[in-house]
Ligand binder design. Structure first.
Ligand SMILES: [Zn+2]
Ligand SMILES: [Zn+2]
Length: 426
């Protein structure tokens, strides 16, 4: 199919009225809202640890929805919506992306707390609905800019490209997260600390990421008027496309209004071909995560001028000397619409081995975070708390220094009128 042709999806996958579609949406909404409620109610115990898309509490919901998508996709789609190699790579990326947060989340929260305690302009009431709505908008606004910078600044793109490296588009793609992106993205949320209580912020940054899980599917085509305001599967498909009209478009998290306001919105039109402009054609996890840093380093060495070396990292990924800051996308390889995703032929025994091996690793991962590390950190973090919704955070290196068993949720001793748990300042 020519890239100039208007894309029309196969009839079995399009439309708002098909029964499988409704069933999928129903399960999506029920399971997703349950996930939100569970995540919201448990954030006090795990704080920022659950903000990664592969958090222990969310894992069963993610797996359930992915299986549902697989079944509906097998019944309705013309081509496979998922392959074992790509799916396992995406989920594995989500798992390892969470590892640095064991150390880094403490520093991140500490910084937010420091700004909140020393520089805030106002103290928004933590228990006001207006604060919640303001925070929802504020976090989503910040996410838009985090995301836009992640696409328009090459060294940040080196981290974020992981999320775009799949040539498929399904729920597992949502979990394909970067190992290194959290090291820069948190800075963009710090302005919220001038007004938003850390406790409210901690909930909303999780909700924002959780929302974005369900929009990674091809099975939901068009949601009517909701498309005007919300980021939807239709809009986010464009964001994952490598067609020229898709590049650097639709950065929104929950809301698409930011793209409409700031001129980065694009409507889905031609068939979207997913993945990086230059597909990496591998499932090697460390390569997927880190290859672009090596590429940037080699690219910067290629230039003689110091200025160009720096601009290699600071301008857009497509930038070259003499080009605009974001480069010239007409230089990108042309998308014809006939591109096929990377799909090496694995024998059935090899596929079974990969799945079995992955499930064992997943079990170990789940046990590590659910029963040991999280519990360990939870014990460290529980302590008396403030009614103003403030938290205290330990520098990351202090998270490994036990301070004894604190009072709080585990012995049910906290009074009803107290604000729930805070992170213990060690
Ligand atoms: Zn992106
Ligand atoms: Zn995405």
């Amino acid at each position: 199919m020519s890239s100039q042709q208007t894309y029309s999806a196969p009839s079995s996958r399009i439309g708002f009225k098909g029964k499988p579609k409704i069933v999928l949406m129903f399960f999506n909404s029920v399971l997703f809202s349950n996930a939100i409620v569970r995540e919201s109610s448990s954030w006090y115990q795990e704080s920022f640890l659950t903000s990664c898309p592969v958090s222990p509490k969310a894992t069963p919901y993610f797996i359930g929805l992915m299986l549902l998508e697989l079944v509906v996709g097998a019944l309705k789609a013309d081509t496979p919506i998922l392959t074992i190699g790509d799916g396992l790579t995406s989920i594995s990326c989500g798992m390892i992306s969470r590892m640095p947060q064991l150390l880094f989340r403490g520093l991140e929260l500490s910084t937010y707390m420091y700004v909140w305690e020393n520089f805030r302009f106002v103290t928004l009431p933590w228990d006001s609905p207006w604060t919640w709505w303001a925070c929802l908008l504020g976090v989503d606004f910040c996410y838009y800019w985090v995301h836009r910078f992640a696409h328009e600044v090459a060294f940040m793109w080196a981290a974020h490209q992981v999320h775009h490296s799949s040539e498929y588009y399904n729920l597992s793609t949502a979990l394909r997260q970067s190992l290194t992106q959290p090291f820069t993205s948190w800075i963009f949320y710090i302005p919220l600390a001038l007004a938003v209580p850390p406790s409210i912020f901690a909930v909303h940054i999780q909700l924002n990421l959780l929302y974005q899980f369900w929009i990674h599917t091809e099975l939901i085509r068009d949601l009517g008027p909701l498309e005007w305001i919300f980021n939807t599967p239709k809009h986010h498909r464009v964001h994952h496309g490598r067609n020229e009209y898709c590049i650097d478009k639709n950065y929104g998290g929950i809301l698409i209004i930011w793209d409409r306001l700031f001129g980065t919105f694009a409507e889905e039109s031609e068939k979207v071909i997913y993945g990086l402009v230059f597909p990496i054609k591998t499932f090697e996890i460390l390569y997927v995560q880190l290859h672009y840093y090596r590429y940037l380093w080699k690219k910067s060495k290629y230039y003689k001028k110091i200025k160009n070396k720096f601009l290699t990292f600071l301008n857009g990924p497509s930038w070259k000397p003499g080009k605009p800051r974001l480069g010239d996308h007409v230089d990108n390889p042309k998308v014809t619409g006939t591109e096929l995703p990377h799909d090496p032929s694995w024998t059935l025994p090899l596929q079974l081995y990969a799945v079995l091996h992955f499930l064992l690793v997943l079990k170990a991962y789940h046990d590590l975070f659910e029963h040991k590390t999280v519990h360990f950190l939870r014990v460290l973090r529980l302590a008396p708390h403030h009614r103003d919704g403030s938290l205290s955070a330990s520098p990351c290196w202090q998270l490994t220094a036990p301070t004894g068993r604190p009072s709080g949720i585990e012995d049910g001793s906290n009074a009803e009128n107290e604000f729930p748990y805070r992170i213990n300042k060690v």
